[in-house]
Design a binder for this molecule. Structure first.
Ligand code: KIV
Length: 271
């Protein structure tokens, strides 16, 4: 069975692809233009992630982004796409207090934003939230391993999670999320062997980001994938373009043309 062309991909399509052994990809997206490009490229699902706090809003971590800010971005990504499944992140503070807060905010993502699913961080401790959301008909993606909303407990954003005994804990968290109804689980910054073990243990797809080659799907922050972010990046990031260099060059040539009086010329002026 092929991917649907004339309608949005659903969580059932993602599960069917995983069941037939087909790997699929996700990217983050925060605006209509990039969302349309990624969908055209065959990226099946887009995450309006709380990484927008860093990538769009310029904060040092993911904590400050609000529901209102994310909903504006979710709306843009939905408007820019026709077939991609749009997953909206539940930001820090929007679900930790309990299932009712999670439900109220997840409903906003679907009703106001137009998303088809939500994502939240954590394992056994968020099972009540996952059960309440899935019970209300809201598809939930889990997120284990390096969970950036816990940066202040983890003590940094570069630490590989799940080594040694922590691997068993992570496996138990993943199983609990699946049992609670999660349709997929993101595994961030964990050893490849743990990524394999979790992927073998779960029926629902695992979505790896720094979790090795055995996950059912992969996700990257789009600015990392496209080389818009520069400097020291996590080992798992592969850059497929030099967008930063290309933009810098374009902006430099534009500024130089303006300074030299070469732009606008006649060809770019009205008669
Ligand atoms: O917010 C985000 O972009 C994420 C991905 C890195 C998985 O959670």
């Amino acid at each position: 069975m092929a991917w649907p062309a004339g309608r949005r991909i659903t969580i059932k399509d993602l599960q069917a692809a995983t069941d037939r052994g087909e790997r699929w990809s996700m990217l983050t997206s925060y605006d209509a233009l990039t969302a349309g490009i990624f969908e055209q490229a065959g990226v099946r699902a887009l995450l309006v992630g709380d990484t927008s706090a860093e990538m769009v809003l310029g904060y040092p971590d993911t904590l400050p982004v609000t529901m209102d800010q994310l909903i504006t971005m979710v709306q843009a990504v939905v408007r820019g796409t026709r077939t991609a499944l749009v997953v909206a992140d539940l930001p820090f503070g929007s679900y930790q207090s309990g299932p009712q807060a999670a439900l109220a905010n997840a409903v906003r993502h679907l009703k106001e934003g137009g998303a088809q699913a939500v994502k939240l961080e954590g394992g056994r401790r968020v099972v009540p939230q996952v059960e309440t959301l899935t019970g209300a008909g809201i598809p939930v993606m889990g997120h284990l391993g390096l969970t950036p909303q816990s940066v202040n407990v983890l003590g940094g954003m570069r630490r590989v999670q799940g080594r040694g005994d922590a691997g068993e804990e992570l496996l138990a968290d993943a199983t609990a999320l699946e049992r609670a109804g999660a349709f997929a689980v993101v595994l961030e910054s964990v050893p490849a062997d743990l990524g394999r073990r979790v992927s073998e243990a779960l029926r629902v797809p695992t979505v790896g980001i720094g979790a090795g080659p055995h996950c059912d799907a992969q996700i990257l922050v789009w600015q990392d994938m496209a080389g818009l972010t520069t400097g020291r990046l996590p080992r798992f990031v592969k850059q497929y373009a030099d967008t930063s260099g290309g933009l810098l060059d374009a902006a430099r040539r534009y500024a130089a043309d303006v300074a030299a009086g070469r732009y606008p010329d006649q060809a770019h002026s009205y008669a």
